[in-house]
Design a protein around this ligand. Structure first.
Ligand code: PLP
Length: 287
């Protein structure tokens, strides 16, 4: 395994950044998680667009042009000789002093890690996940816009801890008004009477790239899909619930807070969307 670190390719052991890096000290930075399917970088453009938008919003200067970054991703994938896997792209503010001031961090750190992905088992996709809702609230949109995929993941980590304590793998986070926002690292969709609904980003959800792919697929396949806020009640009484994310793809939920969803397994629309999603991932991407 080789890791891209500021233009160099180094071993895992040598991939080190300063303890003064503001990504480490303050979570000051941004990241992307991207999939490689059959050697293709899936939705590379969309991920880079989100990365550069996040950077602009937090006034972080990425020391690589968009094209250079794409090239760095392609090269890192090539050097790791991985046909199917996961890319973690991180841009932190860089090393500064102990103060908050980002002007003390002259250059950002750019890191690309390529790894194999050990995610859900096939039976999880068929049976669905058991999840819970937790008391951790999603950042209110006006504090840190949920569209920014920043390194501030403490909320999400608290969600994960609460999921662990409940003995499940994933959990739902609400916003301060009680609307369902998202999972610790996934977006949510509910299906009721054949209509799909996913929370709009202003509720406190990342504009997931998998979410966008699913919304596009819905349109192509003739399913009605809405972006509207909803509450836990709507999740409990949904016919189907599923989560979407780069790592999880499209995964059914069979139980939420001990309420069985639909038939208690992946429903027909979730199954159809997962099948269609898997058809496109291998053909759509940057080589
Ligand atoms: N929500 C959060 C908080 C995430 O970290 C992620 C993962 O990137 C997602 C949703 C899903 O987004 P995507 O489909 O772009 O991976």
């Amino acid at each position: 395994q080789v890791i891209y670190l500021n233009g160099e390719f180094v071993s895992k052991e040598d991939a080190k950044v300063s303890v003064y890096d503001h990504g480490f000290l303050y979570g000051d930075g941004i990241f992307e998680g991207i999939r490689i399917y059959e050697g293709n970088i899936f939705k590379c453009d969309e991920h880079l667009q989100r990365l550069y938008d996040s950077a602009k919003s937090i006034m972080l200067d990425i020391p690589l042009s968009y094209e250079e970054m794409e090239q760095a991703l392609v090269e890192t994938v090539k050097r790791n000789q991985l046909k199917n896997g996961y890319i973690r792209l991180i841009v932190s503010r860089g090393a500064g002093n102990l103060g908050l001031d980002p002007r003390r961090c002259p250059v950002a750190n750019v890191i690309i890690i390529v790894e194999q992905l050990a995610i859900y088992k096939e039976e999880d996709y068929l049976n669905g996940l058991k999840i819970v809702s937790v008391s951790t609230r999603r950042n209110v949109p006006d504090a840190l816009n949920p569209k920014i995929k920043s390194l501030n993941y403490l909320n999400n980590i608290l969600v994960k801890i609460q999921a662990n304590l409940a003995g499940v793998g994933e959990a739902l986070m609400l916003n301060s008004q009680g609307y369902v926002a998202e999972g610790s690292g996934d977006n949510i969709f509910i299906v009721k009477n054949g209509v799909l609904t996913t929370p709009p980003s202003y509720v406190g959800a990342l504009e997931g790239i998998t979410r966008a792919v699913i919304m596009e697929l819905c349109e192509q396949l003739g399913y009605k899909v809405k972006e509207e806020p909803f509450a836990l009640h709507d999740v409990y009484v949904a016919d189907e619930v599923f989560l979407t994310g780069t790592a999880a793809e499209v995964i059914a939920v069979r139980e939420v807070d001990a309420r069985i969803i639909g038939e208690g397994a992946a429903g027909p629309i979730t199954t159809h969307l997962l099948q269609e999603f898997r058809k496109i991932v291998h053909v759509d991407g940057v080589k």
